[in-house]
Ligand binder design. Sequence first.
Ligand code: SF4
Ligand code: SF4
Length: 276
Amino acid sequence: MGIQEQYRNEAAELLSSGAVKLVIGYGEGSTSDRRRPVFIRSADETARLVLDANCIANLSGYLVPEGLLSDGKSVAVFLKPDGIRSVNILAAEAQVNPDQVVILGFDIDGGQASPLPGRKATDFAPLIESQKSTGLSTELQQEADQLELMSATDRFEYWNQQFSKCIKCYACRQVCPMCYCRRCIVDVNQPQWVNTSSHTLGNFEWNIVRAFHLAGRCVACGGCDRACPVNIPLRLINHRMSKEALDAFDHFAGESADQKPVLATFRQDDPETFIL
Ligand code: SF4
Ligand code: SF4
């Protein structure tokens, strides 16, 4: 039995037994290589679920809408390792109760989806630990190295050109599971903290504020990078912040549900002098 059939059957069993009230998974998209989220509420509908190498979106953000988990019932969700790390972050930030999340985990390798054993976020701790020890993406590191070789002036000009393309559509924010605030600071206009028009200063403000907001929280799912309609290489900003968090603080985003946020913690024996 292939993984798709296996997970359809498991989803049907979870729904018919009442173990979960909803399964969040992938369905056919608008083209043969696209998948879109589907929300399955009864065993009869599970034939709509698709699971293959095109299922790349991180679905964890669909766990957050207000009220979804407030009745105490459980929800099952299809997640790759990046999505499982997101669930840990959402749990650490009190956005989801991990006990109410059944993870239908899978990974994609060699153009194929394969099942991951375990159904609770804690079951995947050894997998996440091994990802941490493997380190961040070497492919991205090579791209990032090209930027590091530039002079500060050239690098500034590079980002200036990239950010000048930004149209402030906020697709990067909408797609990101870590951007769950009911009201984003950029939508506040009294006072207006971040300029909403798409000019250089406002675009820098938006992208830099977002980068810091995601520091130590981004799980490198690539959703923002794929969603950006003007192809700004957001992956390079996220990668840089993740590398800083890992190198300086040994912080790998989403390691566990009780991980402390990297920018909101300190050690009393911190070598920097700002700790009194
Ligand atoms: S910032 Fe981008 S890559 Fe990181 S978690 Fe959000 S959508 Fe995924
Ligand atoms: S998705 Fe791209 S264009 Fe849209 S706000 Fe984000 S960076 Fe700007």
